[in-house]
Write a protein that binds this ligand. Structure first.
Ligand code: CA
Length: 439
């Protein structure tokens, strides 16, 4: 992959909102989502975000005027099937990106034909952008792993395998939901602090409900069972990235996680942002992958010159909260923390190479969660567990409310964006999720 004409900062769109200051969706971005008009029974279809609009690819396909190659690429997209397009790998994706950009750029002769294919984002509802059949959640932030490890195992925070093997577990795809979908507080088993050894656990609504700030990487091209993807080929199997809030019930988790890892503490709902930002759009934001002095270098199957030169991504991440009281007072969400994906201990290419090294097959639309993306500084915890020292140091919000964990009615927003000198800023849109009372 490389920087090409589609990243030209001088490019503008005839959709004026694409040039708005701080816009997430300039013409250099063009992320994919699945939508319909809000409240309608229309079939879901695939769209591309441009400014504050969605370009409806079903309508755009009907409008005609595309090359034979691009018209063929639009067929599954017009039918609402992003997975079929994802499966084709990067070359068709680049061809469509280039064609859509030519059609949307200022001065394009296609403006009159395509303007009626735009729908305001404010007037649509989203589904998950693609079908996700398998979901793996990794643990790529060494800062998160160390901070959480310290809370669960003060004497032994970072387990000895961490710096050698990308840690992950198989999550549950059925409870992945799109941004805006509220989640009920889960009921479950937990042990109250100070409960005598050997006593029965308590049961009831989770008391330590938390979010996790994550990125979700979507697989594009599949690999066959038994055929590993080398780190050199890994980028050809990545489609793009979205935001992921992995709601977590900490009290359930502490009681259930040994010896097989998280289960009901994680699978009651995880929220995805509606847009998938493609790997092409992220290309200008690649940065070198490095290891701290004294840390082991990755094993050969997780190492390549290309990965060292540009395997990491400079993506700014932010968590915001809006409590029910703030919402009632008309107050906007406030930031709780900010971090950057470049501080991840493993790159996306390493996650793909590791996930498949044993022959495991990945399919189009499979989701690889990054794990909670905490930064190196205090205050950069990607979860409340970290920001409140395990629930011991409450956070005070600007309106005077305090939080140790998420309360009913709280809405958590994840945001992400990339910016660099000489390149047009791109954003991910928001990933929003609110908590409802336990059933
Ligand atoms: Ca997680």
């Amino acid at each position: 992959m490389a920087i090409d004409a589609t990243h030209d900062p001088a490019l503008t769109s005839w959709v004026a909102s694409a040039q708005a200051a701080g816009a997430d969706f300039p013409i250099q971005n063009l992320p994919f989502g699945r939508f319909r008009r809000a409240g309608s029974a229309e079939p879901w279809r695939i769209g591309v975000a441009i400014g504050d609009q969605v370009l409806d690819l079903a309508a755009a396909a009907r409008a005609g005027g595309w090359s034979a190659e691009v018209a063929a690429l639009l067929v599954p997209l017009a039918a609402g099937d992003l997975n079929a397009f994802m499966a084709q790998g990067p070359a068709p994706r680049r061809a469509l990106r280039s064609a859509l950009q030519a059609a949307l750029r200022t001065g394009s002769a296609r403006q009159a034909a395509l303007a009626p294919c735009l729908v305001a984002q404010a007037e649509v509802e989203f589904s998950l952008p693609c079908s996700v059949h398998d979901y793996t959640d990794f643990y790529t932030s060494v800062h998160h792993a160390t901070a959480v490890g310290r809370l669960f195992r003060p004497d032994n925070p970072l387990l000895p395998n961490y710096k050698w093997v990308p840690i992950g577990y198989h999550g549950r795809a059925s409870s992945l939901v799109v941004s805006g979908t509220p989640i009920r507080r889960p009921n479950g088993q937990f042990r109250l602090p100070g409960a005598p050894e050997g006593s029965a656990p308590d049961f009831g609504p989770c008391r330590r409900l938390d979010y996790e700030l994550e990125l979700g990487a979507y697989v594009g091209r599949a690999n066959a069972l038994g055929e590993p993807v080398s780190i050199g080929q890994a980028d050809e199997h990545l489609f793009g990235l979205g935001l992921l809030n992995d709601w977590s019930a900490r009290d359930l988790q502490a009681w259930e996680y040994q010896p097989l890892g998280p289960f009901l503490s994680k699978n009651f709902g995880s929220v995805l942002s509606p847009w998938i930002v493609t790997m092409e759009a992220l290309e200008p934001f690649r940065v070198p992958f490095t290891r701290p002095e004294g840390d082991p270098q990755p094993l050969p199957y997780l190492d390549s010159a290309e990965n060292r030169a540009g395997g990491a991504l400079d993506i700014q991440l932010q968590v915001r909260i809006q409590t029910a009281q703030m919402r009632a007072a008309g107050e906007p969400a406030v930031a709780l923390m900010q971090s950057n994906f470049r501080d991840s201990y493993w790159t996306l290419a390493q996650l793909i190479a590791h996930h498949t090294v044993n022959g495991c097959n990945l399919n189009p639309g499979d989701l690889l969660g990054s794990g909670t993306l905490s930064g190196p500084q205090p205050g950069q915890g990607g979860s409340l567990l970290e920001l409140t020292g395990g629930g011991k140091q409450p956070i005070t919000l600007p309106n005077g409310e305090t939080r140790t964990f998420v309360q009913d009615g709280d809405s958590i927003e994840l945001h992400a964006w990339c910016e660099r000198e000489g390149v047009v800023r791109i954003g991910f849109g928001a990933c929003v999720g609110a908590i409802l009372p336990a059933p």
